[in-house]
Design a protein around this ligand. Structure first.
Ligand code: ADP
Ligand code: MG
Length: 333
């Protein structure tokens, strides 16, 4: 059917991201509950129409691991996308509410995300590009689905400057300016799984910060010796978080956790230069889980497996035959 903004009644605010906001809405004519995502983009009308055309691919995405799509429309100056409403929300919200997630459940998340990524790539040649706990959703039937994948090249371009908030799941090769591949999504999955199992973002306590007090506020260019290349990203947004000046600007570019603060630049350098995070403490989790996450977080993308290969991993095979009941689990919160 034809989706129109005036047929949608706002019910509840579901969350805010970098590029816009998400609301629970009812489509009055059909009494259907949906999630409406409003994407703020600063683009010409022709570009907006192009984005809308590209989003139509989502009508052809049919997998139980992928959020289903009701439609998109222009509500100028915004683009609205109506997608399946997932009543248990995203996994970041869930662990923030209930604490660290049991490793057997995390195994089910890994299986669902790998299935979703494999479907997107094998059937549509789509690379997700934004795997993180807030883009993995759960409903009370116990279904886990991924959302917010990169279907529209124009949309990716238009919201590129929102990278600051999402770059924390970015693979080392992406930070260094390499092309996105399905293996970059595997890295992001590895980081996300550790976050769920530990109940906190894995980089927030692992860094010795020490003498990181150089006052760096220039633009990053690939030519700058010793710097990391952030090609395609707007350099003006990358600033060291210096609390003494310009408090406003530090919002959203620093990560706080465990009493320390890491600026976005420090975090990106950390991802590139330091060993990848692991499930810790060692021995607390099944060795298959540790091995799986280690293989997602191989820093060299050539050694890292694809989602499809990882579906054959021992931990994932265990998850496939596991008796864990996600519907029961989802009914506990
Ligand atoms: P982000 O993913 O960066 O948090 P988004 O704008 O994509 O930002 O989403 C904001 C929040 O809305 C998410 O964190 C999630 O909790 C919620 N959300 C998004 N899509 C849905 C959906 N289909 N059903 C239920 N909640 C959703
Ligand atoms: Mg999202």
């Amino acid at each position: 059917f034809d989706l129109k903004n005036e047929d949608l009644k706002d019910l509840q605010e579901l969350g805010q991201g970098n590029g816009g906001s998400v609301k629970k809405v009812e489509h009055i004519p059909t009494k259907t509950i949906m999630a409406k995502k409003i994407v703020l983009i600063d683009a010409k009308p022709s570009v907006r129409k192009q984005i809308l055309r590209e989003l139509q691919i989502m009508h052809d995405c049919h997998s139980k691991y992928i959020i289903s799509f009701w439609g998109a429309f222009l509500a100028d100056p915004n683009i609205c996308m109506c997608i399946e409403f997932m009543d248990k929300g995203s996994l970041d919200g869930i662990y923030k509410k209930i604490g660290p997630i049991d490793i057997d459940i995390v195994g089910q998340v890994a299986l669902a995300v790998l299935e979703g990524l494999t479907y997107l790539y094998d059937v549509h040649r789509i690379i997700h590009r934004d795997i993180k706990p807030s883009n993995i959703l759960l409903n009370s039937r116990g279904e886990i689905k991924i959302c917010d994948f990169g279907v529209s090249g124009e949309l990716i371009n238009s919201i590129a400057d929102t990278f600051v908030g999402t770059s924390t799941y970015m693979s080392p090769e992406r930070i260094q300016g390499a092309q996105y591949t399905v293996k970059s999504d595997v890295w992001s999955l590895g980081i996300s799984l550790i976050e769920l199992a530990l109940g906190r973002f894995p980089f927030s306590e692992s860094t010795s910060d020490g003498e990181s007090d150089s006052d760096y506020e220039g633009t990053l260019s690939p030519a700058r010796p010793g710097s990391i290349s952030l090609s395609g990203l707007p350099p003006a947004r990358i600033k060291r978080n210096t609390p003494k000046k310009d408090k406003r600007k530090s919002k959203g570019v620093s990560l706080q956790g465990g009493g320390m603060t890491m600026s976005i630049l420090e975090l990106l350098q950390h991802i590139v230069n330091e060993p990848a995070p692991r499930l810790t403490p060692e021995g607390r989790y099944p060795k298959e889980a540790e091995a799986f996450i280690d293989s997602c977080l191989l820093k060299d993308p050539d050694s890292r497996k694809t989602p499809k290969d990882l579906l054959k991993d021992a931990w994932i095979e265990q998850a496939r035959v596991s008796t864990v009941n996600l519907e029961d689990w989802a009914s506990t919160f």
